[in-house]
Design a protein. Sequence first.
Length: 423
Amino acid sequence: MFRSRGMQWILGGLAASMLVGGLQAKTITISCGAVGAEKQLCEEGTQAWSEKTGHEVKVVSTPNSATERLSLYQQLFAARSGDVDVFQIDVVWPGMLASHLVDLSEYTDGAESNHFDALVENNTVDGSLVAMPWFTDAGVLYYRKDLLEKYSLEAPETWQELTSTAETVMAKEREAGNDRFWGYVWQGRAYEGLTCNALEWIASHNGGTVVNDQGEVTVNNEQAAEALALASTWIDGISPRSVLNYTEEEARGVFQSGNALYMRNWPYAWSLAQSEDSPVKGKVGVVALPKGGKDGRHAGTLGGWQLAVSKYSKNVDEAADLVRFLTSFEEQKRRAIEGSYNPTIPDLYRDEEVLAAVPFFGELFETFKNGVPRPSSATGDQYGRVSNAFFNATHDVLSGKTEPEKALTDLERQLARLGRRGW
């Protein structure tokens, strides 16, 4: 068990004892998420590598909340623990965690050149490739195409259209007897997922990205206030108050059970909505998230996860080989087809088998390629505090504790203090 500094974690003994081909077999431990089919796909991929190499892989689950997962990782790194060899890290974490990660460019034979340039650049810190892209993400809008057709409505182009059509369909479905039906579900808990949602609202209204590329705090503006004000009307309107405690899976649960018209989520939810036992199988469409009014723009927050090797690993060579295998063309293709996880290799967006399984990968390619980045590059090690302040301020507005203008003014002051000496 992990016992540094009084902490205990879920890892068992990791001693390797087998001999394979005259060499000692190693046991590599990888942290994987468990949102949707994540853990299953991770286990299948690592099993394939085990069969190929003779080494064993131990897959351990981590908290689904990105905020809680980062905190756990930071505790492990602070203790210089070698209990985990390979870490699944969020797209906004390379800068924060780089000092604890191996430079993978020594192990990839240039394989990173096959991936999206922007992700490789994101994962390169002070010249070191500290993580390999595994799957990318951008927020998208799921909708019940059968219900829009039933009421002669179109998928919304703007948030205002989403609000009005959600009100219409919700009222009619409730009149028809489904008093559990809601217009729109999303991620409203005070965590990183709310940062992603709120950034989409604000960016789509041309309100910027909280902190700009030059490190200037830009969040306190009329467009941002307008975006938050509109979102606050959804609570107890088209969205249940309980959405203020939803993460990805709570939102998916409501939508996939047939009790919501719209859902904001990541692409992984597609394969689950289309599964054989899904009540909404064949009834779901996916489009870009709405614009903030006619002069706004479609904005999906850039998400996605990378694989990194810990500097404290006792099996760096084998861990790096596992990372290369899991991020390869063949493995990313399998994950795209079976779990609708977005590849980080552009060529896969032209692959006929991938597009047959997930048609919107082709239709929304530009959305995935040009996702709205969170301000992690500009704020560096302080990004966690920036995001925390942002999602808490947003949550206060949504829950009715404060007005948008005051929340943004207070947030601006708080972020200015954080960045006073430079990010």
